[in-house]
Each structure stands twice: as structure tokens, then as C-alpha cells.
Design a protein around this ligand. Structure first.
Ligand SMILES: Cc1cc2nc3c(=O)[nH]c(=O)nc-3n(C[C@H](O)[C@H](O)[C@H](O)COP(=O)(O)O)c2cc1C
Length: 191
């Protein structure tokens, strides 16, 4: 299994008009077993939270104080990867099927692609834990909406989820104490 997967260049020219994408945006919770293509995965991850201004390293979604605390973890049937936004690549974290950590609902555990948004709260310079989580969650909302709009434009199914087991995710992925899962998404083809 490859340790680093260099994603194809994202296609930044395509897509449907923004108003049409908004008109068609919706949550879908029934998924087929078919995985999206590598090009679609590349486009999706870039659209969600890729770098769109190389000079500053800023991203497609805003973040409080530009802390960029959310990281994207990609869970497939075969392996779990960390998205390296600077290289636009996937770093193998764990091989094997970890879909049981993707969410509490059955459909997420069976779907071929889940993305966990995990914030490193150490990057969020707020005094108390609640404010840190509010800040990280607000950032995660923008990233998630980008996923919805990309999926809407591409005719893919998408749902954002909060029903996740934070402890299970933290333990399984061996995350530091300061890492906290903000939101999860299931993405693919509608059944
Ligand atoms: C913050 C947030 C958390 C959500 N959590 C879940 C969840 O855990 N499980 C789920 O099936 N859907 C979840 N949803 C999706 C909602 O059920 C869905 O957005 C809502 O029913 C409205 O449908 P629409 O997205 O098609 O407009 C969540 C949505 C948001 C914004």
C-alpha cells in the first residue's frame, strides 16, 4: 500500500453555476458502494479546504484568525489517510477498514468514503475549552458547506454529521489530547 498518494491537480475551472449548485444542495444519507474517482477526490478535498492563494497559503474556506486548525482525515474501506494540503496529497495513517469510527449511524460505517474534520485545538488561541470548540466548529461548517456545493455541482451525495464518537476516533487514530473531531462527512454516489 502506497504511503503517500499524490492527488491529481484539482480542476478549478469546472462546475455548475453557483446559484444552481445552491438550488440543488441537499443531504443524502443512502450511499452506493461505488467510490468516487481520484480526480473527484482531488477536486473535493481542494474545494473543501485546499490552498487557493499560494502566496499566503490561505485556503478555500475561512478560519478564525487564519489558524486553520481543522485537518481532514479520509476513511475508505482499505485505509485511513491524512490530507496534506501543502502537497495536495494523502498520507497513509492506518491501513485496514476503520469505517466503524466514521460515525454512529450505520450508513456512515458502510459508505465507501468518509471525511473526518479534526481540529488541533492547540492551534486555537482561546482561553477556555468551549470557546476553542465553538471556533473550530464554526471553521468546520465552512469546510463542510464547500463539500456540499462541490457535491451538488458534481451530482454526488453528501451529508455532514455530528453523531460521532470523539473518544473512539481519538483513541483509534492515536490523536493528541488536543485534537477534537468537529464534524464528519459521508460522500459518494446516492444509492
Ligand atoms: C451541524 C450538523 C450536524 C448534523 N449531524 C447529522 C448527523 O449526525 N447525522 C445525520 O444523518 N445528519 C446530520 N446532519 C444533516 C441534517 O440532518 C440535514 O442537514 C438536515 O436534515 C437538513 O437537510 P438538508 O441538508 O438536505 O437541507 C447534520 C447537519 C448539520 C448542519
Amino acid at each position: 500500500m502506497e504511503k503517500i498518494i499524490k492527488l491529481p491537480e484539482p480542476n478549478m475551472k469546472g462546475g455548475m453555476p453557483i446559484m444552481q449548485a445552491l438550488a440543488e444542495r441537499k443531504s443524502i444519507k443512502e450511499f452506493s458502494d461505488k467510490l468516487i474517482s481520484m480526480q473527484q477526490l482531488s477536486d473535493l478535498l481542494w474545494a473543501m479546504f485546499g490552498i487557493n492563494r499560494v502566496e499566503t497559503g490561505k485556503r478555500t474556506a475561512p478560519s478564525a484568525k487564519n489558524w486553520q486548525s481543522n485537518e481532514m482525515y479520509i476513511i475508505t474501506k482499505e485505509a485511513t489517510y491524512h490530507y496534506n494540503h501543502k502537497e495536495h496529497s494523502l498520507i497513509l495513517l492506518k491501513s485496514g477498514d476503520l469505517r466503524h469510527i466514521a460515525g454512529k449511524q450505520e450508513y456512515s460505517q458502510k459508505a465507501p468514503l468518509n471525511i473526518l474534520l479534526i481540529s488541533d485545538l492547540a492551534k486555537v488561541d482561546k482561553v477556555n475549552e468551549l470557546d476553542k470548540k465553538i471556533t473550530a466548529s464554526a471553521d468546520a461548517g465552512f469546510i463542510s458547506q464547500n463539500a456540499y456545493l462541490y457535491c451538488s455541482s458534481e451530482g454526488l451525495a453528501c451529508v455532514v454529521r455530528l453523531m460521532i464518537d470523539h473518544d473512539l476516533i481519538g483513541k483509534t487514530l492515536e490523536l493528541s489530547e488536543q485534537c477534537w473531531a468537529t464534524l464528519a462527512l459521508t460522500i459518494g454516489f446516492a444509492k
